[in-house]
Design a binder for this molecule. Sequence first.
Ligand SMILES: [Fe+2]
Length: 253
Amino acid sequence: MIDSECTVLHITDCHLFEDTTVVKNGVNPFASLRAVLTAACDTKTPDVVVASGDIAHDPVPETYRAFNDMIRSFHEGPFMVTPGNHDIWNSMQPVFELQPVEFSSWTVVPLDTHVEGQVSGEVSYETILWLQQCLEHVNGHVIVVGHHPLVDIGVAWLDAHQVRNATDVLSVLQMHQNVQAYICGHVHLESYKQHHRLKLWTTPSTCWQFASDIDTFALSPLAPGWRWLELHLDGMIDTRVERLSMSQLAGIS
Ligand SMILES: [Fe+2]
């Protein structure tokens, strides 16, 4: 395989508590995130790290600072965060900003799909305009990163939360031929869909997983995971999900 131009590590739905000892759904999210970053960064060095929302279950500034410190103990390069439905932007803002990240001929563009206090997603009119302007000025290939899916993934209770005005967002993305993919979280499971030429991937949570074979809420026994994306000069993307092994799971519950 030809070497990629840019290696992206995608993590999502970390659900961190301010109290780092809290266990929920059989997982300590803080320990689990540390195990994920250790396992991922032991095998490969990312050029860019992307975290697509639900960073915090306790959305207070201390949680976001602890998250940022943890990421920075593994990765010093470009790092991007988008907010999820569990996040509060005012608490995130002192630590993070929503700005595109450029690496080589690729640009990773954040998309704010969260609506404060609501589970489902929506992209505001102002954000759609911002996205449009941003895409008009980008040279090279683009990946857009949001929290909520833009299309059905085939699990009814999760599909009810997708971006309400996804059609508007998808038409902006389709207008720009250099937008290759949209990646997101929220669904705590791995999926791949295609909408015309746009590729859409969801990535497992770094903590608990949701079942994909039932239309109501259910947890899955699958291990916490992450996604690698290898971005190539010609706009092609190689991607795969990896999960913690049995031995790496020790100590996260
Ligand atoms: Fe989540």
